[in-house]
Write a new protein. Structure first.
Length: 118
C-alpha cells in the first residue's frame, strides 16, 4: 500500500496549483485523508483534512484559498491551491487512514515540492 503525490511545482504569487495523491495497493476502506506541509526550518503542519463522511477543516492561513476534495472511487485526494503566497512554499505531504490487510493504519506519501515565487 502506497500514497503517491503529484502536481507540485513552481507557481507565481497569486496563481493556482493543484496537487493530487493516489492510494495504490489493496485497500478495503479509506478513512480520513489530509495534506500536511513542511517548510525549511519549520515543523510539519496540517494544511487541510477531509473525513470519509465529507467533512473538512483547514489551517487558518489557507481558509478561503485552498480546497481539499476526494474521489473515493479513484482513491485520490486533491488540494486545490488558489491565490498562493510565498509563505505557502513547502513540501506537501499527503496522509491517509487506510484499512489494508487486517487493520487500520496511517500512511504518508513521499511529498511534493510547491514553490511560490516570481
Amino acid at each position: 500500500v502506497q500514497l503517491q503525490a503529484f502536481g507540485g511545482g513552481l507557481v507565481q504569487p497569486g496563481g493556482s496549483l493543484r496537487v493530487s495523491c493516489v492510494v495504490s495497493g489493496s485497500v478495503f476502506r479509506i478513512g480520513a485523508m489530509g495534506w500536511y506541509r513542511q517548510a525549511p526550518g519549520k515543523q510539519r503542519e496540517l494544511v487541510a483534512s477531509t473525513t470519509s463522511e465529507g467533512g473538512s477543516r483547514y489551517l487558518d492561513s489557507v481558509k478561503g484559498r485552498f480546497t481539499i476534495s476526494r474521489d473515493n472511487s479513484e482513491k485520490t485526494v486533491y488540494l486545490q491551491m488558489n491565490r498562493v503566497k510565498p509563505e505557502d512554499t513547502a513540501v506537501y505531504y499527503c496522509n491517509a487512514d487506510l484499512f489494508a490487510r487486517t487493520r487500520w493504519a496511517n500512511y504518508w506519501g513521499q511529498g511534493t515540492q510547491v514553490t511560490v515565487s516570481s
